[in-house]
Write a protein that binds this ligand. Structure first.
Ligand SMILES: Nc1ncnc2c1ncn2[C@@H]1O[C@H](COP(=O)(O)OP(=O)(O)OP(=O)(O)O)[C@@H](O)[C@H]1O
Ligand SMILES: [Mg+2]
Length: 370
């Protein structure tokens, strides 16, 4: 655990970058520092590994004041990742990753083997190992940066806007990758960003800072979106808070109907007289093909003879209520198809089921200050 106890940083010119900051970064979790430019995020982060020394208060690492630990020893246990990866341009990728093991005096073979293992871990093709940084894309370089920070297996990882220099699609995949890695590694991570969407996606907890280095709010993402502490946080969170919050609610609470599917090979005559306005047509594996409106059923033949309406799915056991809501909006049926991990239909959440669940979620918010 990292503890900030009334930490202040006043630079030589009098600028107060961080003002009396107190918070805890729990072990094995991702804590995100987010806020506008100049609010003291980088300064706060760098005081942890003493690239910058605090001018007031204390930072404790598992109860020990970092000021009492000499910086090289301190940094051995703290990986550090920055924007644009900051790789050494004249060193091969494998040697970049092995930087810290070399410094620690590992023999070259062992250090390189460790580097290869990490390259694989962060999802890089091993043939990149012998290239130089300029021969990699921005996103690939960023992965190398993460691999390098993990090389000596430090319990703590500091990440300062590591993904902000890449395009949105690469950025999303780097975020997913980080979450996947973290689910295996359980590092104590402090992640700095000015992007609130990135913050709520990655953070177990999110600390919103305002200019002057003051903590505006520290909360888990769902709480932050539901109950911003003040107008600054509310404005910083931006629009669509209600919808975005649904990302943190499981879709598993939705009541599913299992009587609305029909095989593509079924004789439509058997469906005549159904009172259901819409049915899901499925293939022989029970995967959805589309919706059919019962008023459009042909005189004879099978649903396969009809042009089916588009559909949306969500994965039961994995996806959020937001994904389920999205699925209903993708279809004129107004219902979401629940599938399992292999895409087979497990049921249908009709509009009323969604309404019931949304009402529960809104009810759970309570109060008038959300
Ligand atoms: N060496 C320095 N001397 C004086 N002031 C500094 C110094 N370094 C940073 N500052 C000031 O401290 C404040 C916080 O800077 P910091 O780099 O921590 O912000 P940040 O939140 O990381 O911003 P950004 O999102 O732009 O990276 C800013 O007002 C900055 O100008
Ligand atoms: Mg910064």
């Amino acid at each position: 655990m990292i503890t900030f106890n009334g930490v202040t940083k006043r630079y030589a010119d009098g600028t107060v970058a961080v003002d009396n900051l107190s918070l805890e970064v729990p072990t094995g979790e991702i804590t995100v520092f987010v806020g506008p430019s100049g609010c003291g995020k980088t300064t706060s982060l760098r005081m942890i590994n003493r690239m910058i020394d605090a001018t007031g208060g204390q930072i404790l690492l598992d109860g020990v004041d970092v000021k009492t630990i000499d910086p090289p020893t301190l940094r051995r246990g703290i990986g550090y990742v920055i924007q644009q990866a900051g790789l050494f341009p004249h060193r091969k990728i494998v040697d970049n990753v092995a930087t810290v093991p070399y410094l620690l005096g590992w023999d070259k073979k062992k250090a390189r083997a460790r580097a290869m293992e990490l390259l694989e871990r962060v999802g890089l093709d091993l043939k990149m190992a012998d290239r130089y940084p300029f021969q990699l894309s921005g996103g690939q370089q960023q992965r190398v940066g993460v691999a390098r920070a993990l090389a000596a297996d430090p319990p703590v990882l500091l990440m300062d806007e590591p993904f902000s220099a890449v395009d949105p699609i690469v950025r999303a995949s780097l975020q997913e990758e980080l979450l996947r890695l973290q689910s295996e590694l359980n590092k104590t991570i402090v992640f700095v960003t000015h992007d609130i969407d990135e913050a709520v996606k990655l953070g177990d907890r999110v600390a919103v800072l305002r200019v002057g280095g003051k903590l505006a709010q520290l909360a888990d993402p769902a709480t932050l979106l539901t109950r911003p502490a003040d107008d600054f946080v509310r404005e910083f969170l931006g629009r669509d808070r209600g919808i975005r919050r649904l990302s943190f609610v499981s879709g598993d609470g939705l009541r599913l109907r299992t009587d609305l599917t029909v095989p593509a090979s079924a004789e439509v005559s058997s469906l005549r007289g159904t009172t259901e306005p819409w049915l899901v047509v499925v293939d022989e594996d029970n995967c959805p093909l589309g919706w059919i409106a019962s008023k459009d059923l042909p005189e004879s033949g099978t649903p396969a003879d009809v042009e089916l309406a588009p559909y949306g799915t969500f994965v039961k056991g994995r996806d959020s209520l937001r994904a389920a809501l999205d699925a209903t909006l993708l279809s004129p049926s107004g219902s979401a198809i629940a599938v399992d991990e292999s895409g087979r239909v497990v049921g249908v959440a009709v509009r009323e089921a969604l309404d019931e669940e949304l009402a529960l979620v809104a009810g759970g918010v309570g109060g008038v200050d959300g």
